[in-house]
Design a protein around this ligand. Structure first.
Ligand code: TRP
Length: 331
């Protein structure tokens, strides 16, 4: 039997951070051994927010290099730049015609994003349809995403079911794979909100490309709470609890073992050790990243291989869809 397919993607905006690593990339690295894997850099989605072209261009390549540096192995997985494969936008048009405005009006991410910007464009509104197209084109079985993407995935499933019911089985109905770990990594200065790669305040996040000095500085500055005991209590000590969560995710030590280890110790002792753990994780990623960025040919080869594969695979679905809805084939 052929392997099941997983597909996921990250929008190239902001700086990939340890939240993305723990919540996504680390899972992808494991999943690529069991599944046929497709990982997208969703550059077209990035256009829904204001971008500076030269920065976006660099960031797209940098994201590919960071995927690889984090262990996404191009021999096992396909890494695909969304805009390199035109079937994403082609299928999106068809799916737009099978998505109700009422459904898009209910998307909480659209509501949140439009609160914080003057640029409420139609792309931001139909963003979830492009995401559905990313997924359905490849007949993905499983889609690893953070909890905040669950609603978008539900929509993709609804669209797939609706289309299948009307025209006979066409799309695989994808299952979400919601990672528990990492989606709970919170901002360092404001532990009520998620650590987000798009955060303008860089003190809130540990970027995958931060150097050791910056990491130490950010962890030292991170908010902790009054009191001096190192115990996990999300309500009374949200800041410290977030740091303990990060420690736990990196060391894999159970929370209570960590608490026991730091009985009678200072916040600063704990923060120093946590910085060391993060540095230990990011050091090899950083040197690998530098090597890859110095070899642009290698980067473009990865993308070429990804898009060749993706075009072949996605065109099969797209032609089926065009045929089923009644479009005439070009000779
Ligand atoms: N919307 C997703 C996010 O912000 C990114 C994304 C786009 C995605 N297309 C996808 C994730 C397809 C999984 C599958 O995280």
């Amino acid at each position: 039997m052929s392997k099941k397919i997983i597909l996921s993607g990250i929008q190239p905006s902001g700086n990939l951070c340890i939240g993305n690593y723990l919540g996504a990339l680390k899972q992808w690295e494991n999943l690529q051994n069991e599944y046929e894997s497709i990982f997208l850099v969703v550059d077209l989605h990035a256009l829904t927010i204001d971008q500076i072209p030269s920065e976006l261009r660099n960031r797209c390549l940098s994201f590919v290099a960071q995927y690889v540096a984090c262990g996404i192995n191009p021999d096992k997985s396909k890494i695909v730049m969304q805009s390199h494969v035109s079937s994403h936008t082609e299928l999106m048009w068809v799916l737009n015609c099978f998505t109700y405005m009422g459904e898009l009006n209910r998307m909480t991410q659209f509501k949140d994003k439009s609160k914080n910007t003057k640029n409420i464009n139609a792309g931001l509104y139909t963003y979830p349809v492009l995401m559905a197209s990313d997924i359905l084109l490849y007949q993905a079985d499983l889609v690893p995403v953070g909890a905040d993407q669950k609603q978008h995935l539900e929509l993709a499933r609804d669209i797939a079911i609706r289309f299948n019911n009307k025209y006979s089985e066409t799309f695989k109905v994808p299952e979400p794979y919601i990672s528990k770990n990492g989606s709970r990594i919170m901002s360092l200065q404001n532990p009520e909100s998620k650590m987000s790669k798009s955060d303008k305040n860089l003190n809130n996040i540990i970027s995958l490309l931060d150097d050791p000095k910056t990491i130490k500085k950010k962890i030292n500055k991170s908010v902790t709470d009054s009191g001096s005991e190192i115990i996990y209590d999300e309500i009374k000590k949200p800041g410290l609890s977030n740091l303990i969560s990060i420690y736990h995710s990196l060391s894999l030590e159970p929370i209570n073992t960590i608490e026991e280890k730091y009985v009678g110790k200072l916040y600063s002792d704990f923060k120093n050790d946590l910085s060391d753990l993060i540095i230990e994780l990011l050091n090899p990623i950083n040197s690998e990243y530098q090597k890859i960025m110095d070899d642009k040919n290698y980067l473009f080869d990865i993308l070429k291989e990804g898009s060749d594969y993706a075009r072949y695979k996605s065109n099969k679905t797209l032609s089926k869809v065009y045929r089923k809805v009644g479009l005439v084939k070009n000779k």
